[in-house]
Design a protein. Structure first.
Length: 470
């Protein structure tokens, strides 16, 4: 039985071209051999970047840093001569900016070297539209939260590869990572991949509960336990029976509640506030914090024995700027999701917009990127988003708020400096790094505009479309 099949209307074999430079010829020949030996219903041939490209259904570009310019030019020509041709980039030590530039230019997928034979065959089949249909039945439903585990950067995949293993065992898990890195998404993935997937998922932000009510919220209370306890309440532990309890910002728990949580983790027993009855619970606990728990225990703000009990299994999520190569795929995912949510056509990203995204520091991490892409969908009706459509602060600038002890002159100078820097960067991004055009848009002479760039140490090269992002 054939693994792949042609579309019903097709009567001829598909054509794949592997395009490479002389320096990467050995890798190109290897990929050609893999494709020729595969079960793909396609003929594969090899050509160089300088040669005239024959008609094909899939182009695989073998691209090193020296080949980026030729590859981008080839992608631009394909948009006119063969818009239906799919393109996969075989990236040889490319940086995230270079790879993002190729994706923005029209490539639909990429592989990083070393390239496994089965991965090349699978990606090629998907691009050609001949990949086999997925199995009709799955061992368990795929929860929407799992679809947001997007990225293939080493910093991310090294941690995410552990999720199925963490899900397999019923021990406590501690997830570490800055705000917005996706701690709750990963916690949900662990739950929905675990044997407890059919049980309840209960999430609580410990920092949002008043200190004097934490124990009652977690473990419940009986009527009359305290002044406002007019009726009994089961508590979150009881609600999570048979499932998973996710405790976000675990470091916010008061010291007394930490002791009760420790006992619960040790014995799976607890007492509701105001009750003498010991209750038993079958609940898995996953906790998360954006602070360093070792430093908290050293200061006496967090119980060391509780940390040991929670930290049986651990996951440490990287900052978005540490997984910069994931930004293009995350941005496109959030764009399409926002377009579906607000029932608008999904726009594409221009090279200038992508470059602006890649240059941003992302203090709010993945959550900030999601918000930026949703804002862009809502505020623009363009079919392709430009750099001017990427708004990082939504019109609100926290830096514009003065400190209580800051003088008027100092506050004004800081606000002016922040404005000038952001204004110049935005104009350079909009004009693809062309200083003359940016100065003209600002209605300033080129020399004065350049002096402002020098003042803030802004390099125009970082915004040029023919140069990789930093």
């Amino acid at each position: 039985m054939r693994k792949y099949g042609l579309a019903e209307h097709s009567t001829t074999a598909l054509h794949i071209i592997v395009c490479t430079s002389s320096a990467s010829g050995d890798l190109g020949s290897t990929l050609l051999a893999i494709l020729s030996a595969s079960e793909l219903p396609a003929e594969a041939t090899l050509c160089g970047f300088g040669a005239t490209l024959p008609a094909c259904d899939l182009l695989i570009q073998v691209v090193s840093t020296d080949d980026v310019g030729q590859a981008v030019a080839q992608l631009a020509r394909l948009k006119t001569t063969a818009p239906g041709c799919a393109v996969i980039v075989a990236a040889v030590d490319l940086g995230p900016g270079e790879l993002g530039h190729l994706l923005a230019g029209g490539a639909c997928d990429f592989l990083r070297t070393p390239i496994a034979a089965h991965e090349l065959e699978l990606r090629s089949a998907r691009a050609l539209g001949v990949a086999p249909a997925p199995a009709a039945a799955m061992p368990r439903p795929i929860h929407p939260a799992l679809r947001e585990l997007i990225g293939d950067s080493p910093a991310f995949t090294q941690q995410i590869a552990r999720v199925p293993l963490l899900a397999r065992y019923d021990a406590s898990v501690l997830i570490l990572g800055d705000t917005g890195t996706g701690k709750e998404v990963c916690a949900q993935a662990i739950h929905y991949l675990s044997p407890r997937a059919g049980g309840p998922w209960v999430a609580v932000n410990c920092g949002a509960i008043p200190n004097d009510l934490v124990e009652a919220e977690l473990f419940g209370h009986v009527k009359g336990a305290y002044t406002s306890a007019h009726s009994s309440r089961a508590g979150l532990v009881r609600e999570a029976e048979g499932g998973t309890l996710f405790l976000d910002e675990i470091d916010s728990l008061p010291y007394g509640a930490q002791a009760k949580l420790l006992r619960f983790l040790q014995d799976k027993e607890y007492r509701p506030v105001g009750s003498n009855q010991v209750m038993h619970a079958d609940v898995r606990v996953i906790a998360a914090t954006n602070r360093n728990p070792a430093q908290l225990t050293a200061r006496g703000a967090f119980r060391q024995d509780l940390l040991f009990r929670l930290n049986v299994l651990a996951l440490h999520l990287p900052l978005l700027r540490e997984r910069q190569s994931d930004i293009p795929s995350l941005a496109l995912y959030f764009l399409r999701a926002a377009a579906r949510q607000w029932q608008k056509p999904a726009p594409s990203l221009s090279a200038a917009a992508l470059k602006k995204l890649m240059a941003h520091e992302w203090p709010g991490n993945v959550r900030e990127l999601k918000n930026v892409m949703e804002r862009a969908v809502l505020m623009s009706d363009a079919a392709q988003l430009g750099a001017q459509d990427i708004d990082f602060d939504g019109g609100f600038t926290p830096d514009a708020l003065p400190d209580n002890d800051e003088s008027f002159r100092a506050a004004k100078a800081r606000v002016v400096e922040n404005f000038e820097r952001a204004y110049i960067e935005n104009l350079l991004a909009t004009n693809a790094g062309n200083v003359t055009h940016a100065a003209r848009a600002a209605k300033k002479n080129r020399r004065a505009f350049f002096e402002l760039m020098r003042k803030y140490k802004i390099e125009s090269g970082a915004y040029r479309e023919d140069a990789p992002a930093a």
